[in-house]
Design a protein around this ligand. Structure first.
Ligand SMILES: C[S@@+](CC[C@H](N)C(=O)[O-])C[C@H]1O[C@@H](n2cnc3c(N)ncnc32)[C@H](O)[C@@H]1O
Ligand SMILES: [Zn+2]
Length: 160
């Protein structure tokens, strides 16, 4: 079975993951693997917030996946404002630590296209110019918002 995806240098940032052949919409591509840490452990997201670089994926309220340890090539998939993939959460029936994230093709993807998904990252702090610069988006999509960040969680309208 020829492999579906391959890791190489990306025009968006550092390493990226690319389609090694045409991929139909809905194909399960790869699991986002890594050690499970609690949100409090090492204040995980706080440290990442001012670095602009992360291998963290928020799994649920209790667990974060840290692909910096035990991660696979899913950790090289970049963010885009016009993503061609989506991370799906697969709930474990009894243990939230065992919930899994599988990256799927959101649409048909041509061989050679870079795989991307929307990171959906938001912090609960005011977005200073410094923070916006740290998290500037370079996805190159026509609808690029210029930032990898979603509106701060404390500013979200929860009345809908
Ligand atoms: C999970 S890693 C993806 C792999 C990354 N390219 C690398 O080589 O380490 C996430 C980091 O990649 C960078 N990145 C991903 N998407 C980006 C984008 N659209 N614009 C700018 N940087 C991006 C950011 O530093 C982000 O924190
Ligand atoms: Zn963008």
């Amino acid at each position: 079975m020829p492999r579906l995806i391959v890791t190489r240098r990306s025009k968006i940032h550092g390493n990226g993951v690319f389609a090694a052949q045409d991929i139909p919409a809905g194909t399960q591509l790869i699991e986002y693997k890594g050690r499970r840490i609690t949100p409090k452990q090492a204040d995980a997201w706080h440290d990442e917030m001012y670095s602009g670089h992360t291998f963290l994926f928020t799994l649920n309220e209790d667990w974060i996946i840290d692909a910096g340890t035990g991660g696979n090539s899913a950790r090289w998939i970049n963010h885009s404002c016009a993503p061609n993939c989506i991370p799906y959460l697969h709930d474990h029936p009894t243990d939230r630590k065992k919930d899994r994230v599988i990256i799927e093709a959101l649409r048909d993807i041509r061989k050679g296209e870079e795989l991307t998904y929307d990171y959906g990252i938001a912090f609960d702090v005011p977005y200073t110019a410094r923070l916006k610069k740290i998290w500037a988006c370079r996805c190159g999509a026509p609808n690029c918002t210029g930032t990898m960040l979603k509106p701060p969680t404390h500013e979200r309208d929860t009345t809908a």
